[in-house]
Design a protein around this ligand. Sequence first.
Ligand SMILES: Cc1cc2nc3c(=O)[nH]c(=O)nc-3n(C[C@H](O)[C@H](O)[C@H](O)COP(=O)(O)OP(=O)(O)OC[C@H]3O[C@@H](n4cnc5c(N)ncnc54)[C@H](O)[C@@H]3O)c2cc1C
Length: 461
Amino acid sequence: MAFDVDFFVIGAGSGGVRAARIAASHGAKTVVAEEGRVGGTCVLRGCVPKKLYVYASRFADDFADAAGFGWTVGNVSFDWPRLVAAKEKEVTRLSEAYRANLVAAGAELVRERATVAGPNRVRLMSGREISAQHILVAVGSAPSVLAGVVGIEHTITSNEAFDLAVFPQRLLVVGGGYIAVEFGSLFRRLGAAVTQVMRAPNVLRGFDEDMRIGVRDAMARAGVKFRFGCLPTRIEKQADGARRVTLSDGATVEADQVLIATGRLPQTKALGLETAGVPLSAHGAIKVNDGLTSVTPSIHAIGDVLHRVNLTPVAIREGEALADRLFGPGAKPIRYDTIAHVVFGTPELGAVGSSESDAAERFAKVDVYMADFRPMRATLSGSPERAIMKLVVDGETQKVLGVHILADHAGEMIQLAAIALTLGATKEDFDATVAVHPTAAEELVTMREVARRYEGGRRVL
Ligand SMILES: Cc1cc2nc3c(=O)[nH]c(=O)nc-3n(C[C@H](O)[C@H](O)[C@H](O)COP(=O)(O)OP(=O)(O)OC[C@H]3O[C@@H](n4cnc5c(N)ncnc54)[C@H](O)[C@@H]3O)c2cc1C
């Protein structure tokens, strides 16, 4: 049976663009539909603007630290609209580069919303229908809203936070995940009074316990006020525009903006997947096999819509693997077990592999090595900042199961540690590697004493 196209990609974000480019380069007739700007979440309202704002926020620490190194910094001031405009210029440049690369690879771009109209059919907003041998659903995810909260319409999500017309002098962040932590940390440093509330007893559920405590303490030192174990129940907009937020513990907080960062869900509503017999999970995620194909052999999915590992490089890797399998030489398996996760607070948190508690549950013997120290820069600056590094090691094989770093530039360090874990490095390999001095990273190869030991899930040291 002849189809209009070989490959129809819905969504030109991180994953969709990569899949389309690779498929087109293998000679597949490829069309991509995008309802917004090319580049998706990462480029326009995720990783890229976030990191630019994190850079902006850290000048606050630089100015404060400078005196200890002999500098006198005059009066400093921060201009929010200038940062927003500079960010917009850069993401526009990147979005255009993504579009140009897509077209240069030979894919056709359709700037419309698309929905699935059958196992091999796609319907565009304009009503036009296109038949395709393969359909890739790469529609990503969107912020989930807090159901049942009165006045939720007076809040914003990460989508709006980057482009606020007026800088919020008082910000209430709701949520304890990495996006909430990053926004809390960066807005505090840009000058906002930040209150952060979450249902959980601490930030960053799923990360190593010592690192969670380290991040919480660093944020508290920077001036973020936490309220754990509660959520907003009512948000009222007052005559002067301020929000009055009632929390589940009865307290009230006043803020200029309320940022809801309580998670993200796949954008699969009204996408027509039922017409192709593709079931959705309770969260709206598409279930796929190891080859990234749904129960319907012509419908595939990658990236955030899978609701598994919501990170740009994962979406990209999956897009590439799928296109190589369908139209190219075949795909190499994706290593999900050594994906590093970074939280771009200040300092950064980088983690790869098992946390201490996770390893203690899964392995018969576990040794934990830890360093908690004052970074060199803090000696002259006088900053109370700490750095924490941890190696989680299989006590039987000496294989390193996890590396956790809370320090400046942890994002850069953890990428290299992830390579070591992918290679199956042991503690002896770390020890055999000569240190780079003076750095923080040298701690990773100079930790000699076991700090904690677990046997059969029980702590014995
Ligand atoms: C604030 C924030 C910070 C982040 N920081 C990081 C980070 O530091 N590092 C990292 O790795 N990841 C980060 N992420 C996650 C990262 O952005 C996502 O994992 C990644 O963008 C997922 O790629 P994707 O291709 O699955 O979806 P997306 O990039 O979201 O692309 C989906 C695209 O599909 C389009 N679309 C949706 N429905 C349709 C339709 N029916 N028709 C046509 N088009 C449609 C959307 O407009 C969008 O352009 C961050 C996310 C957020 C929100």
